[in-house]
Each structure stands twice: as C-alpha cells, then as structure tokens.
Design a protein around this ligand. Structure first.
Ligand code: UP5
Ligand code: MG
Length: 196
C-alpha cells in the first residue's frame, strides 16, 4: 500500500494534437510515468489470448470509444504495477462513460492535479496524423476514413469532458499548433507550478 494517493494529470486534445510527443518530454523533465490509454488498448488488442482484441480493434478503426471497464482496468493495472506516484494519463477520459467509470472506481483512490489540454486546429490534427500514417506508423486509424470519425468523436464526446473540467477550474490549456519546443515551453510552466 502506497503512502500517498497517486497524482494524476489527464492529457487531452484531438487526434494528432501532440499528446504522446509532449508526454515523452514531460517524462524526461518531470519524471512522471506516461500511461497512454490508446497504447494500452493497442497492446491489449494484440495480446495473444485477449478476450477484448476484436472489440478494441473495431472501436479503434471506427474512431469510437472502448467501454470504460476495459480501459480503466488496463490503467489501474499499470498504476498498481508501478512504484512511482505521478502519472500522465494520455487520451482518457474521452466521454461521459469514461468519466463516470473513472470517478466510480478510481476517483477516490487518486489525486487529480489538473487536465492538460492540447488545443489544436482540426486541419493541423488531420495533417499530422495523415503524415504519420504515410511515414509508416502502422496504426490502423491513420487513414482519412478513420480520421474523420476520430475527429467527430472528439468533437461530440471529448470536448464536453474538457468543458466539464473547465467548470471545476482544472483545465490548463496550451495552444498545440506551434513547434514541439514552443508547445513544451507552456507545458513546462504548468508542471513547474505544481512541483514548487
Ligand atoms: N507532432 C507532434 N507534435 C508536433 C508539433 N508540435 N509540430 C509538428 N508535428 C508534431 O503526434 C502526432 C504526430 O504529429 C506525430 O507524427 C508527431 O511526430 C507529430 P502525437 O504526439 O502522436 O499526437 P497524439 O495527440 O498522441 O495523437 P494520437 O493519434 O495518439 O491521438 P488519438 O487521441 O487519436 O489516439 P489515441 O492513441 O489516444 O487513441 C486511439 C484510439 O483508441 C481512439 O480513437 C479510440 O478508439 C481508442 N481509445 C479509447 O477507446 N479509449 C481511450 O481511453 C483511449 C483511446
Ligand atoms: Mg497518442
């Protein structure tokens, strides 16, 4: 049993906004553990013997959202297995089902520090993902058809979650359209504030 509740920062933003890229930089400078919900789901999908492989793949390709029980249990497992206390949860919670499920099962066991929001114009998001697809990301959702649905889901289901946290004054917004370094300058400021 850990002495303290683990600290959590939710990292949200559209597809290709740069969540993963910035999380890597935060890990290097601030020592958080990076848990990408999408990466965990892709790994579970590919795990031999997984009961959820097909279901997960269908959601990823369609740009829809996997039921929270699956995602939350993967996140919980990773947090339990870690000896660290500070976690970046990248790409979650994405809809009301995710938010409710997290609050129900993890809310009291964790300390939400803030929600880091990478605000990125849609055309920039689309271009980054398609470009990554062309460079051979191997992701089954970096194609125009999936991307259209990912954007729709983000607008319809995820933006309201960000608004929910705005109402609680927990959102730290960053313009994600600059270079990686420009974006990180602003990110650094928010993490420095909670560390001091
Ligand atoms: N890049 C990054 N920053 C740049 C910058 N400042 N300037 C120029 N280029 C920049 O970056 C994307 C690309 O842009 C890269 O090539 C990068 O080099 C470049 P990345 O850091 O990968 O962006 P990110 O926001 O992480 O994009 P990602 O595609 O991972 O976002 P998604 O939110 O779409 O993907 P995720 O993996 O989170 O989810 C995938 C799917 O899994 C979802 O659609 C959903 O079906 C499912 N899912 C759930 O069901 N539940 C969950 O909780 C999570 C996921
Ligand atoms: Mg990512």
């Amino acid at each position: 049993v850990k002495a303290q509740k683990p600290n959590v920062v939710f990292v949200l933003g559209g597809p290709g906004a740069g969540k993963g890229t910035q999380c890597d930089m935060i890990v290097k400078e601030f020592g958080y553990v990076h848990l990408s919900a999408g990466e965990l789901l892709r790994a579970e999908r590919s795990r031999p013997g997984s009961k959820y492989g097909e279901e997960i793949e269908k959601h990823i390709k369609d740009g829809t959202i996997v039921p929270v029980e699956i995602t939350c249990s993967l996140l919980d497992q990773e947090m339990q297995a870690s000896s660290k206390n500070n976690f970046l949860i990248d790409g979650f919670p994405r809809n009301e089902n995710n938010l409710d499920g997290w609050n129900r099962t993890m809310g009291d066991r964790t300390n939400l520090q803030f929600v880091l929001f990478f605000d990125c114009p849609e055309d920039v998001c689309v271009e980054r993902c398609l470009n990554r697809g062309k460079l051979g990301s191997g992701r089954t959702d970096d194609n125009p058809a999936s991307l259209k649905k990912r954007i729709e889901t983000y607008t319809k289901s995820t933006l309201p979650i960000i608004q929910h946290y705005e109402g609680k004054d927990l959102v730290r917004r960053v313009d994600a359209s600059g270079t990686q370094e420009e974006v990180f300058e602003k990110v650094r400021k928010f993490f420095s504030e909670v560390q001091s």
